[in-house]
Design a protein around this ligand. Structure first.
Ligand SMILES: NC(=O)c1ccc[n+]([C@@H]2O[C@H](COP(=O)([O-])OP(=O)(O)OC[C@H]3O[C@@H](n4cnc5c(N)ncnc54)[C@H](OP(=O)(O)O)[C@@H]3O)[C@@H](O)[C@H]2O)c1
Length: 220
């Protein structure tokens, strides 16, 4: 399987990249982001592109892929709806449209989050915007599209988040992870499990389009 990965420098993306590099079923990984991960592997290619809403200069390198793992995302903390929409909805859909045009048989996997609002009408701004993004991706016409909705993700293997809000949460909850896992296993997952579940879903599909923590853990 040939995979394109967005958000590879982030916490979720680093975990997904790690699992892709380890998986014998992933033959090629192409990362696209504002910066390179700097990792080295014969399976890995990287493109650094300042503005991901315009991929025209690199389109010739984006064909022949089976799956896109879209782990790029931002926290809505302190953002207004317009700015949050620009990165969450506009950027994602611009990338998705380009990839679909170049890879009509692609499976697209998007990381949203638990609590995402499929009705697009709720009170939570981030949940509405992510719900709108999910709904558009599901309608766009990919061979298959899956929405990963993790809740608490425990970073493993030395992986760190770039989002200061999440970093503060991990500083508090990280040491409690064994306890959280013991008392509420359906509400927690790990960077390893997210990556493994993504590869599995891209290869074999999944029984439903929206995958919460417990689905991710089962698939992993
Ligand atoms: N972490 C969690 O516990 C958790 C739980 C549930 C859902 N999620 C969701 O998972 C997604 C990823 O979260 P994360 O924790 O991995 O975040 P993160 O560590 O902050 O990483 C964000 C990634 O997105 C990229 N990015 C952000 N804005 C960009 C832009 N305008 N152009 C290009 N790249 C951009 C960053 O690239 P740069 O390196 O260039 O900044 C980085 O690769 C988010 O949508 C988040 O809501 C996370």
């Amino acid at each position: 399987m040939k995979v394109i990965l967005f958000g590879a420098t982030g916490m979720v993306g680093q975990g997904v990249l790690r699992e892709c590099l380890l998986s014998p079923e992933v033959e090629t990984i192409l990362t696209i982001g504002r910066t390179l991960t700097g990792q080295q592997s014969p399976k890995l290619q990287e493109i650094a592109q300042k503005d991901l809403t315009n991929l025209s200069a690199v389109e010739n390198q984006l064909t022949g892929y089976d799956a896109c793992f879209f782990c790029l995302g931002i926290s809505s903390a302190g953002m207004n709806e317009l700015d949050y929409t620009r990165t969450t909805y506009d950027l994602t859909l611009s990338v998705a449209r380009t990839l679909l045009k170049l890879n009509p048989n692609m499976t697209f996997i998007y990381v949203s989050g638990t609590g995402t609002d499929s009705t697009e009408k709720g009170r939570s701004m981030w949940a509405r915007v992510k719900g709108r993004t999910e709904n558009y991706l599901l309608r766009l016409g990919f061979k298959a599209a899956y929405m990963f909705r993790p809740g608490y993700i425990q970073p493993l293997d030395g992986i760190k988040t770039k989002t200061s809000l999440y970093a503060a949460i991990y500083a508090v909850l990280g040491p409690l992870y064994p306890l959280l896992k013991a008392i509420a296993p359906s509400y927690v997952t790990t960077t390893r499990q997210v990556g493994r579940a993504m590869i599995r879903v891209a290869l074999q599909g999944a029984p439903k389009t929206h995958l919460e923590n417990r689905d991710i853990n089962t698939l992993a």
